[in-house]
Structure formats: C-alpha cells, structure tokens
Design a protein around this ligand. Structure first.
Ligand code: THU
Length: 160
C-alpha cells in the first residue's frame, strides 16, 4: 500500500493591524453583522461578511428557529445574500467572527462542515477561490487562500 499525505498552509495574523486594510474592514463588517444574529437558543452569535469583485461588502448573521434543525448559519446567510442580490458577481473574500455567551472565544471559530461545503460549491460555481479571514472574538486571525483548503476530499459536481 502507498502512503500519501497532504499539507495545509495558512497565514496567521497576530492582530487586526497586521491585516491588509480590506480584510480588516471586512472583519469589522462581520463583527457588526453578528449584532443582527437571531440566536435566542444557542446565544452564540456569528457574523460573516463577503467582499464582492465590485468592491461591495455584504454581511450575514446566524438565524435560529425553535425548530432547531432549521437554524441558518451566518456563512450561508451571507452566501445566499450575495448569490441572490448579486448573481454572477465573484466573491473574493469571506470574513467570519463570533461572540459566545459565556466565554471570550480566543481562537478562530472555523465554519461548520455544511458551510465549508456551501463555500466549496460557490468556488466551484465561480471557478475562483474564496479567501477566508477567520477570527474568534479576540486573538489571532487565520487566513486561508481557499475554502477548499479547509474541506479536503470534498464532494463536488464532477462526481455526478
Ligand atoms: N453557526 C454558524 O452560524 N456558523 C457555523 O459555521 C457554525 C455554527 C451558528 C449556528 C447556530 O445558530 C449557532 O452558531 C450555534 O451552533
């Protein structure tokens, strides 16, 4: 049997001021967007912000429901806003941040599996990578050059 391996590279910014201006601005929009979360059940607020190719920025936040499985993640709310308001406009970057009810999240809060899959679908559709800028409430910021980087072995339309 052959042994295989893969390697993941990402950048770590120690503080906000180490980020390129555009990324810092997008993260600020993600932070203000999490104020609009409807999260009465988990009390965990997530904000996501998208930078489009035309420079426009769109925010999204998680929207929960008493029927728990219906909860919408911030990342997919933002992706749907971009796809429906600006169809065919390339998404360049998504910034994500969170605010938890009982702790200050000090490490980047990574998107759930479903959101990774949705981000990969968008990359597949637009044939361009989406940069991810991810932070907890405080602390270091992770920068991935593509959503594919955080969903290895992903399923996509090439299998269909
Ligand atoms: N949540 C997101 O918005 N994005 C993720 O990637 C993970 C989880 C939301 C869903 C739910 O409203 C709350 O965070 C707790 O899981």
């Amino acid at each position: 049997m052959k042994k295989k391996s893969s390697r993941l590279e990402w950048k770590v910014a120690e503080k906000l001021s180490d980020l390129p201006k555009k990324d810092a601005k997008l993260l600020a929009l993600a932070t203000s967007s999490l104020e609009n979360a409807y999260a009465p059940y988990s009390k965990f607020h997530v904000g996501a912000a998208i930078l489009l190719e035309n420079g426009k920025m769109l925010g999204g936040s998680n929207q929960e429901n008493a029927a728990y499985p219906m909860c919408l993640c911030a990342e997919r709310v933002a992706l749907s806003a971009a796809a429906s308001q600006y169809p065919k406009m390339l998404i360049k970057t998504m910034a994500i941040t969170v605010k938890a009810p009982n702790q200050i999240v000090q490490q980047p809060a990574m998107p759930c599996g479903s959101c990774r899959q949705a981000l990969c679908e968008m990359e597949f559709q637009q044939k361009k990578d989406i940069k991810l800028v991810i932070r907890g409430e405080e602390g270091v910021i992770y920068i991935f050059k593509s959503a594919k980087d955080i969903l290895p072995f992903s399923f996509d339309a090439t299998f269909l």
